[in-house]
Design a protein around this ligand. Sequence first.
Ligand SMILES: Nc1ncnc2c1ncn2[C@@H]1O[C@H](COP(=O)(O)OP(=O)(O)OP(=O)(O)O)[C@@H](O)[C@H]1O
Ligand SMILES: [Mg+2]
Length: 287
Amino acid sequence: MNVDATTARAAAAPQGRPVSGKGAAAGAGVPPLLETRGLTIRFGGHVAVNAVSCAFRPGELTCIVGPNGAGKTTYFNLISGQLPPTAGQILLDGEDVTRLPVSQKTRRGIGRAFQLTSLFPNLSVLENVRLAVQARQQRGVDLFSMWTSHRDVRAQAQACLERVALADKRHLPVASLPHGDQRKLEVGILLALQPRIFMFDEPTAGMSVDEVPVILDLIQEIRQDRSKTVLLVEHKMDVVRSLADRIIVLHNGTLMADGNPAEVIASPIVQQAYLGTMESDTEASHG
Ligand SMILES: Nc1ncnc2c1ncn2[C@@H]1O[C@H](COP(=O)(O)OP(=O)(O)OP(=O)(O)O)[C@@H](O)[C@H]1O
Ligand SMILES: [Mg+2]
């Protein structure tokens, strides 16, 4: 189905109102913590993210939905600095951070769950989280502070592991963890970095049914902190419905809809073209 953004917004709007973010956000009225302006990336002739302008406020959990290949992960990669945009800007607290490397963005509070491939597979679960705590603290190297911080860092790492239900596996090497535990560890490391913006990309994909609530409860807990902004890419519509303050819809790299969940989910064209399709896609691809 070929629907451009203008058509989708107009057709999707109840009583002729466009489906837009205005007034939809839980943090409405607060200045944005993160903003993308005309954010674009081209791979050869393919525009994977196409002029996406969106502002994200503290105290707001935004679900990013859209069919496979819509550009959701690429949008995250641009924000976190894993990919350089072809055009557009990324603003953090109103400051242009578009070209900063991942490490700088992480330091400034943009928290993207690390891919396990970038961790230390032969170190223990606890050591990996401990390194994340240390990276955040960037302690000096004098022996006294190293000694006093050692227990503190370890305690903080342990607390992060407890929050993702991995404390009893803290001594295992990361490489030995089953997939679901690895996903939980990604979230544990994200917690250790204490970001201001939490970016979750399908955080429960590949988890068993009993592991999913641990992560969803944790995301609920994070959103209670009104100073944090949460961006969540999620295919499962029941999760989206239960968590989102706001939903944005990407399709072919373009922002198709942006509004409160009721508006976006109820909008007929979005429902028919994207959300309905996604649910059946999800069943097919994630079992
Ligand atoms: N490094 C890359 N080089 C070339 N093309 C890329 C690259 N990364 C992403 N793409 C393309 O950009 C488009 C968007 O991909 P992306 O992974 O962002 O989609 P997605 O919305 O996250 O999909 P899914 O729901 O399947 O995870 C796809 O067509 C993909 O093939
Ligand atoms: Mg993706």
